[in-house]
Ligand binder design. Structure first.
Ligand SMILES: NC(=O)c1ccc[n+]([C@@H]2O[C@H](COP(=O)([O-])OP(=O)(O)OC[C@H]3O[C@@H](n4cnc5c(N)ncnc54)[C@H](OP(=O)(O)O)[C@@H]3O)[C@@H](O)[C@H]2O)c1
Length: 244
């Protein structure tokens, strides 16, 4: 297995896509730092699932909008497992609706959670990520799809895509790849209620005629985390079932 023995940090790993990524990397033999914000019980479940599969994992709480919490995450990885080889910046949140109803506080919050966190994590990676390592940022289709009512969320993810391409150049000389994975609508708690109420509209626009599952996205992250993706960097890979 390509990631066997590597140390992986996965933010927002108690639920949804992050959880699927943590479980997949753990199953593939990585030592996983399972990060969460509030949901300790769910994070501990992920740790147990990885342990039952013969792997190693530890859970850590924190808010990715707080720089010190991200620094602490890297510290835990290094003290518990001795290194940081793979970082999956997954934790994210959504603000949606007509712009006149979005407060400046909500705007600042979604920028901090979705975009500033990737910047702070990159600063820590510059100091602590092993040569030959991997940074994988979870983006979205919203930068290219111009989804109604999701302009602010989309702007955070556009920022993630641009940062990803730029960081690939900064980290490349250390043989570290930096990529983004952009899911389409995926079956998690984050999926908007109106999207969930109109699943036929989503699946009808998707060539594969189904909703994305967290494991679909985790499989792409696992590929980018492994040695077969050594020549892939600075990319945003769409894991969206080809949705229009
Ligand atoms: N689901 C989709 O349709 C979709 C589509 C495109 C892109 N994405 C992106 O995929 C990523 C994961 O989304 P998801 O759908 O899996 O979300 P989710 O099911 O809502 O899970 C969110 C995870 O992030 C954690 N989290 C949320 N805010 C946090 C914060 N401020 N600090 C630390 N952790 C925080 C949560 O922890 P707790 O459990 O402790 O609350 C949870 O583990 C996000 O970046 C999202 O933008 C999702």
């Amino acid at each position: 297995m390509g990631v066997r023995g590597k140390v992986a940090i996965v933010t927002g790993a108690s639920r949804g896509i992050g959880r699927a990524v943590a479980e997949r990397l753990g199953r593939d033999g990585a030592k996983v730092v399972v990060h969460y914000q509030h949901n300790k019980e769910a994070a501990e479940q992920v740790v147990s699932i990885i342990a039952q599969a013969g792997g190693e994992a530890v859970s850590v709480s924190g808010d990715v909008a707080v720089a010190g919490d991200i620094r602490a995450l890297y510290e835990v990885a290094r003290t518990q497992f001795g290194a940081v080889d793979i970082v999956v910046n997954n934790a994210g949140t959504v603000v949606g609706g007509p712009v006149e109803y979005i407060s400046e506080e909500d705007f600042d919050r979604v920028i901090a959670v979705n975009l500033r966190s990737v910047f702070v994590s990159a600063q820590e990676a510059a100091r602590h990520l092993s040569d030959g390592g991997r940074i994988i940022n979870i983006s979205a289709r919203t930068p290219v799809a111009a989804v109604a009512m999701l302009g602010v969320y989309g702007a955070t993810k556009a920022g993630v895509d641009v940062l990803t391409r730029s960081l690939a150049h900064q980290f490349g000389p250390r043989n570290i790849t930096v990529n983004a994975v952009a899911p389409g609508p995926t079956d998690t708690d984050l999926l908007a209620p109106d999207a969930r109420a109109n699943l036929d509209a989503i699946t009808g626009q998707t060539p594969l005629r189904r909703l994305g599952q967290p494991a679909d996205v985790a499989a792409v992250v696992a590929f980018l985390a492994g040695p077969d993706a050594a020549w892939v960097t600075g990319q945003t890979i769409y894991a969206d079932g080809g949705i229009l």
